[in-house]
Design a protein around this ligand. Structure first.
Ligand SMILES: Nc1nc2c(c(=O)[nH]1)N[C@H]1C(S)=C(S)[C@@H](COP(=O)(O)O)O[C@H]1N2
Ligand SMILES: [Mo]
Length: 333
């Protein structure tokens, strides 16, 4: 009788010790938020537990595949609970505001050197932002990842290419394009409409110009209710826009689904420096992929002169922040 009790006590001690070691180890991991933020922050998993928790159920993990005709590999349907990436970013605060903010991008880094890029717009304007979790629990059990915190899950993505285990760092950047639009306004400079734009892939060095005929020849998408509003110009209106998907424009250029790299992003810019980022993840791996267009028509009529011949429009966005008028360049970084 006494022997069994001592054995039990030993077991309890060992289990308690293991639990303690695991807890202390888990708590040493931090998630750093840095770059173009007002305040760099470091979160432990306990810090994250004190932020508002959200759950998303029925997340189906579908693995990336090499070719379209490869069979789909499904890794289960789960409930994830944790903190919105957006809420973590809000704690640090964005350094860039107003006309500068659509040019921002967010890199999320985790274990095994994994990294995924998100555009400012997909996190803060589109409903994708309400679906990106730094998950702390999977099916009600804590997710413990060596050296990092939880797992990044993107409920609106098609496949798990942007899921990241053991999140370690959130790095905020802005593209290096000077903003001239406010100066233009002050000096009453009105830029002429464009009649073509250039597409540049900075990795391969390839460039190709696209004109109105090229744009009109691509498969057209009709957005019936795009909201154009912004905190710098105020409410503008709800309009119908027509044009090809930005994805179709990239495919015409030669960048296809097979080239998708979720560490890359696209920048659409105007000569006045106004620009917006789009992640390759949102363009090639999102269920909300059918509403990011390069419009050449607004309410049935051509855009010129103010819109140039082409303006980016995102039907999913809650405001017109990514509506770049008089597109001059589309760059792939
Ligand atoms: N090229 C270019 N496009 C732009 C901007 C700009 O300054 N330059 N401003 C954006 C912002 S912040 C808003 S609110 C709307 C303003 O549209 P409006 O100039 O027709 O009022 O255009 C967007 N597209
Ligand atoms: Mo705006």
């Amino acid at each position: 009788m006494a022997g069994v009790s001592i054995k039990r006590i030993w077991w309890c001690l060992i289990v308690a010790l293991l639990f303690f070691v695991q807890q202390t180890y888990a708590d040493t991991a931090t998630l750093e938020v840095k770059g173009a933020v007002r305040k760099s922050l470091s979160f432990s998993s306990n810090d994250l537990k004190n932020l508002p928790q959200l759950y998303i159920s029925g997340i189906v993990r579908v693995e990336e595949k090499a070719a379209w005709n490869d069979p789909e590999k499904e890794g289960g349907t789960n409930r994830y609970e944790g903190v919105l990436l957006r809420d973590i970013l809000d704690k640090a605060g964005m350094k860039f505001v107003r006309k500068w903010e659509p040019g921002v991008l967010i890199r999320v880094k985790g274990s095994e050197n994994r990294e995924a890029v998100f555009s400012f717009g997909e996190i803060f304007y589109s409903s994708t932002g309400r679906s990106i979790l730094v998950a702390l629990k999977k099916d009600h059990n804590a997710i413990n990842m060596d050296g990092g915190i939880g797992a990044l899950v993107v409920a609106t993505d098609v496949r798990a290419g942007r899921y990241i285990n053991g999140v370690r760092e959130i790095l905020v950047e802005r593209v290096d394009i000077p903003m001239i639009a406010y100066d233009d306004k002050k000096k009453n400079i009105i830029r002429p409409p464009t009649s073509s734009f250039i597409i540049i892939d900075h990795r391969t060095g390839k460039t190709k110009a696209l004109n109105h005929a090229d744009l009109a020849a691509l498969s057209q998408v009709n957005l019936r209710n795009a909201l154009m509003a912004g905190d710098c110009e105020g409410f503008n209106g709800v309009y119908g826009y027509e044009g090809p998907l930005l994805r179709s424009v990239l495919e015409w250029f030669g960048l296809t689904w097979a080239d998708r790299d979720y560490g890359r992003y696209v920048v659409v810019s105007s000569e006045d420096g106004f620009c917006a980022t789009f992640s390759l993840g949102e363009l090639f791996n999102s269920r909300l992929d059918n509403n990011i267009i390069i419009a050449h028509k607004k309410n049935g009529a051509f855009l010129e002169p103010k819109g140039g011949f082409a303006t980016s429009v995102v039907g999913e966005d809650s405001m017109g922040g990514r509506s770049v008028k008089r597109i001059h360049k589309i760059e792939i970084y």
